[in-house]
Design a protein around this ligand. Structure first.
Ligand SMILES: [Ca+2]
Ligand SMILES: [Ca+2]
Length: 267
């Protein structure tokens, strides 16, 4: 069953003055990523709820690091379930382009779909090893050619249209997904930053404000990813995907799909 989402405005911190005069209703801000509550707040997230900043990040790291892992070869079959087209159960929906394609066309040829590491596997050099290389929370079905164009580029606005990219754009040092996938990408990247903190023998992945990060364990640009998280809130597809990964494969969740406002609370 999908988590129930209830949106409300995010209250700003009460000022000391406001507390002293006994105001009970905090002032409201127009922050787009409204605070949310989910069915998991009193269970899965109970040690994180109410925290901010490094404390929230650390708490979430502990929570989401308790997980099952699958092999890279098992990712093929998992993606046929997690990325299923809600309008055609024979197909998967492809990241960046939004195309719907037969599940049976997985492979490496033109017209096939393959396994995109949204956090490029060269950024921190984790490859396809079980761990970050096989973590379904950032692995997505993607058109072979579009995946190749994205390569290991950092994310930023701008560039020219990607062929058959559904509105995605690219230039020499960055890639931007089609608008409907931008929030998804932001939340996947920031999941990876929280999940991988230098333990498990893998690099400490972190967002930064750069492009051309190359093999460094960083992914840019943070300010753009934050804006994309605001502009493209979690969809039913994304929420179902999170739930399927939790229920069936890894038994951990992407906190930023459940609580998109935690992006701003940490960064
Ligand atoms: Ca989206
Ligand atoms: Ca990290």
């Amino acid at each position: 069953m999908l988590a129930t989402r209830i949106r409300r405005w995010k209250p700003v911190a009460l000022t000391i003055a406001a507390v002293l005069v006994g105001l009970t209703a905090p002032a409201l801000t127009a922050t787009p990523a409204a605070a949310t509550t989910t069915a998991y707040d009193s269970t899965y997230y109970k040690n994180a709820v109410g925290k901010t900043g490094a404390s929230l990040k650390s708490s979430l790291h502990t929570i989401i690091s308790s997980q099952s892992k699958i092999s890279y070869s098992a990712v093929w079959e998992a993606l046929k379930v997690t990325d299923q087209d809600p309008n055609n159960s024979s197909n998967v929906l492809l990241l960046y382009s939004g195309a719907s394609r037969s599940k049976s066309l997985n492979g490496g040829d033109l017209g096939d779909w393959n396994r995109e590491h949204t956090w490029a596997k060269s950024h921190g050099d984790f490859g396809e090893v079980t761990g970050p290389g096989t973590d379904l929370h950032h692995l997505r079905a993607c058109d072979v050619q579009v995946n190749s164009i994205r390569g290991n580029l950092d994310f930023d606005n701008g560039g020219s249209a990607v062929a058959n990219g559904g509105g995605s754009t690219v230039d020499s040092d960055s890639f931007a997904p089609r608008p409907a996938d931008r929030g998804d990408v932001a939340r996947m990247i920031l999941y990876m930053a929280v999940r991988y903190d230098g333990g498990d023998g893998f690099a400490d992945l972190e967002p930064d404000e750069k492009v051309n990060n190359g093999s460094a364990p960083y992914m840019g640009k943070l300010s753009v990813l934050k804006a994309w998280n605001e502009a493209d809130p979690p969809s039913a597809f994304e929420e179902r995907r999170n739930q399927v990964i939790y229920d069936t494969y890894q038994h951990n969740r992407n906190p930023f799909i459940d609580h998109p406002e935690w992006v701003e609370a940490i960064w």
